[in-house]
Design a protein around this ligand. Sequence first.
Ligand code: DGP
Length: 114
Amino acid sequence: MKECIFCKIANGYLKTDFIFEDENFVVFKDLNPQAPVHLLLVPKQHIVSINDVDDENKKFLANSFVTIKHVSQKLGFDKTGYRTVINTGKDSGQEVQHIHFHILAGRKLGWPPG
Ligand code: DGP
């Protein structure tokens, strides 16, 4: 998707420091952090939201959990804990129409979320 900001970032058209990259995903810092650690895991393939997960893309999307585990261990917040969030659609406040995990860590996170 030519006009999608996360397609541009994930596929190297906008210079961004990646904390992790493989053939399917990139992980980088959120522009507007809500915690001391606030990362985004973004697939290189354009998928709008969980509403668009299907039999084709579910296979590689499942690997996002392995990537999150790997990054949490690399940065050390696997020990202290963290939260993953996927906003989906209007009521969730999803701003970027390209599926992504928020990964939040580095402070006690309140519950319920706002
Ligand atoms: P969401 O509301 O779930 O769609 O969250 C989108 C997040 O993406 C929001 O926390 C801000 C972040 N974001 C938007 N544009 C950019 C960008 O160009 N660079 C980075 N690093 N983060 C961005």
